[in-house]
Design a protein around this ligand. Structure first.
Ligand SMILES: NC(=O)c1ccc[n+]([C@@H]2O[C@H](COP(=O)([O-])OP(=O)(O)OC[C@H]3O[C@@H](n4cnc5c(N)ncnc54)[C@H](O)[C@@H]3O)[C@@H](O)[C@H]2O)c1
Length: 243
């Protein structure tokens, strides 16, 4: 079991990659705090996990709510071993049509949310002298293929990862970016078939990734097997881009 007794937080746990990570991490021995804004979806995520996963309704852009979550974990568990900043949103806008409101909403969830969760989690990890953080970037953050707010937020995640990896390393904390390629989740459901076909044509392995293929790599990054990996972009993308 890769994550035996690891106290973990997964944000964006109501569906998609987040839901699969909660379920896989529990299989791997972890105790997981599953965080999302959608209470009903969270209940479905933690169902049947034998009390090893706790559903926490929390908006990661709310500084007080994030601090409260980490205080609760400290009180209940005494430490936090793994934070996965997976929650993310997108929106399809041409650059000239992008409103300030949309720009701020996407940057807030994708980048500021990861900052707030990382800062509060790192306070616990520094006390313990160990921990791991996995941030979710996107292939779009490197290639620029996507709306400006989303691309900027995901490129920003790579910067946040590198800076925190350097600053937190002396405290025994590792920070990496997981860079998914096109993965089969509800986020992809609205994409027209034509786009989907052209996307798949650009993936050497010839298909979308699965959420389990993402979860396995995040579990590895959070485990002691990855003890000398920090500050890196780890791409799980069927070969659609090389980092
Ligand atoms: N699906 C893909 O192909 C793909 C590709 C590259 C990167 N990504 C990234 O991977 C991550 C997961 O993607 P997914 O497809 O599983 O997403 P998804 O849309 O299926 O799920 C995201 C979850 O985040 C939650 N969420 C949104 N705002 C929140 C907030 N403020 N606080 C807490 N939770 C919030 C949503 O309620 C939802 O349950 C995202 O960061 C996404 O940008 C996805």
């Amino acid at each position: 079991m890769k994550l035996n007794n690891k106290i973990s937080v997964v944000t964006g746990a109501g569906q998609g990659m987040g839901r699969t990570m909660v379920q896989y991490f529990v299989e791997q021995g972890a105790i997981v705090y599953a965080v999302d804004v959608n209470a009903q979806a969270l209940e479905e995520t933690v169902q049947g996990l034998d009390g090893k996963a706790h559903a926490v309704v929390c908006d990661i852009t709310n500084e007080t709510a994030v601090a409260d979550l980490m205080a609760r974990i400290e009180q209940e568990q005494g430490r936090l071993d793994l934070l996965v900043n997976n929650a993310g949103i997108g929106s399809v806008d041409g650059f000239l049509e992008t409103t300030l409101e949309t720009w701020q909403r996407v940057i807030n969830v994708n980048l500021t949310g990861a900052f707030l969760c990382s800062r509060e989690a790192a306070k616990l990890m520094v006390k313990a002298g160990s921990g791991a953080i996995v941030n979710f970037s996107s292939t779009a953050g490197q290639t620029g293929e996507g709306p400006s707010h989303y691309v900027a937020s995901k490129a920003g995640i790579m910067g946040l990862t590198r800076s925190t990896a350097r600053e937190l390393a002396p405290s025994g904390i590792r920070v990496n970016s997981l860079v998914p390629g096109a993965t089969d989740t509800p986020m992809m459901a609205g994409i027209p078939q034509e786009w989907m076909d052209s996307m798949i044509a650009g993936i050497p392995l010839g298909r979308l990734g699965t959420t389990l293929e993402i979860a396995r790599v995040v579990a590895f990054l959070g485990s002691d097997d990855a003890s000398f990996i920090t500050g890196q972009n780890i791409a799980v993308n069927g070969g659609m881009a090389f980092y």
